[in-house]
Design a protein around this ligand. Structure first.
Ligand code: NDP
Length: 413
């Protein structure tokens, strides 16, 4: 840990964390950090709306008996954030707010000497474009400060990166073809709702598709390519759409021998139809329009009308199945592996009061923080998940609620 004035109460690796953001994912992060009392001895939760922090803290108290301190902060206001971090003195700040806050929270961490973690890469508010270049540009400053910044510690990005690193470490000498396939076979019974922040979700899904092939990016029209994939354990065949997803950028750089990398996500016909109509009538626009003398951003207005993802917990049934299919060479022979996790929405709700999309993001965020706290992934600089040893993280996925399987695949599948 970076030196702070505070002496940890417990053992060597006990950590005080400051969690920013109090939405669907954050609720899981706070519950899981509270469960891992052997690592996180103090937890502070701060967000724009303090009442949401208090509601999460009350639920955590009821389920685990642990007390969480709460605070109000606007994470886009760096001086306000710096004052909070200086008062709390955490070893790690977990950014579980929105991608728009990434750079502000990284700036505040550097100023205060705190380590940093997030689950989604920076995106400017006025351009639907996410790229690592803005956050990678902080690498020198984090190195010089002796601080760790861990980027994308959710499921995808996050676990999907670590899955690829684990297969490269244990099963293949090189990966030539990577397909990351995200299936939500759950149903919340709503006509149209997103499983995480609606604005971020719709910006991502309506963007142009992009995949990596032979050393360059190939673009496709939004949701114009699809395939059927037969998911394991009774989930069965689902239609998956090719999308751009941020982990492709870092994996294309860090995986040896990669020829092609793509990302796929399942959507129901109803979801696609709603999205098409909303797009056609301009409701997914991210630029401001004048309405009754006032400027509104249509996608933000739409997000305000849609169900809060955190409210889907009690409604969602079914399972998610997210994994990587990797083709490559082992001792000169072609091999294919499929490595995946299956997560049950109702089981997540019983455990922490959230649906599986929040759960599958929040658990890896806690494990990423634990890796830093235990010194296993503690190295000055800005890092993506696949750059660290995957073994301790993969071990903890099995312990903390996201068990995984890796199977050899017959070439015909
Ligand atoms: P929510 O919209 O449910 O929650 C976001 C929270 O951040 C809200 O509590 C919001 O405050 C707070 N917030 C927003 N702006 C600020 C600000 N300026 N200062 C302080 N707090 C702020 O989002 P989710 O929980 O669904 O998603 C959280 C993050 O997780 C997102 O970045 C998302 O992209 C990422 N994610 C990553 C995944 C992965 O696998 N890697 C998968 C799913 C999500 P308020 O309550 O006032 O609105």
């Amino acid at each position: 840990w970076h030196q702070t004035e505070r002496q940890p109460k417990g053992g060597e690796n006990m950590a005080k964390v400051l969690i920013i953001g109090a939405g669907g994912v954050s609720s899981v992060v706070v519950h899981k950090c509270a469960q891992a009392a052997e690592v996180f001895d103090e937890i502070v939760l701060a967000s724009r709306t303090r009442a949401r922090c208090d509601a999460i803290a009350a639920d955590v108290k009821e389920r685990t008996g642990r007390s969480i301190e709460t605070a109000q902060v606007d994470a886009d206001n760096v001086p306000e954030l710096v004052a909070l971090i200086k008062r709390v003195k955490p070893q790690l700040v977990m950014n579980i707010a929105l991608p728009y806050q990434d750079l502000h929270i990284m700036d505040a961490c550097l100023e205060c000497g705190a380590n940093y973690l997030d689950t989604a890469n920076y995106e400017p508010l006025d351009t639907a474009k996410f790229e690592y270049k803005w956050q990678w540009a902080y690498d020198d400053r984090f190195r010089e400060a002796g601080l760790t910044a861990l980027l994308g510690s959710g499921f995808d990005p996050g676990v999907t990166n670590v899955f690829a690193a684990w297969v490269v470490k244990h099963e293949l000498d090189e990966v030539n073809v990577l397909d990351i396939i995200d299936c939500n076979a759950g149903n919340h019974g709503q006509a149209f709702a997103t499983n995480f922040n609606p604005e971020i979700n719709i910006r991502e899904v309506t963007a142009r598709g992009r995949y990596w092939e032979h050393g360059q990016w190939v673009e496709t029209d939004p949701l114009s390519w699809s395939m059927d994939y037969d998911f394991p354990d009774g989930i069965g065949k689902k239609k998956c759409y090719l999308m751009y997803h941020e982990e492709l950028e870092s994996l294309a750089l860090h995986l040896p021998g990669l020829v092609r990398a793509r990302f796929w996500m399942t959507f129901s016909d109803s979801y696609i139809n709603h999205l098409k109509v909303l797009g056609n009538v301009g409701m997914t626009r991210i630029d401001p329009v004048k309405f009754h003398g006032q400027e509104i951003v249509p996608i933000q207005f739409l997000a305000a009308l849609l169900p809060d993802p955190a409210s889907l917990g009690p409604l969602t049934k079914g399972r998610t199945c997210i994994g990587d299919r990797l083709e490559g060479l082992k001792d000169g022979s072609k091999k294919i592996f499929y490595i995946y996790n299956i997560c049950d929405h109702e089981a997540c709700y019983r455990e922490v009061g959230s649906q599986a999309i929040s759960y599958t993001t929040g658990v890896p965020a806690m494990i990423g923080a634990k890796m830093i706290a235990e010194g296993k992934w503690k190295k000055p600089g800005v890092w993506n998940m696949e750059q660290f040893d995957p073994d301790p993280f993969m071990h903890d996925l099995n312990i903390y609620g996201l068990p995984w399987k890796c199977v050899a695949v017959d070439e015909k599948n």
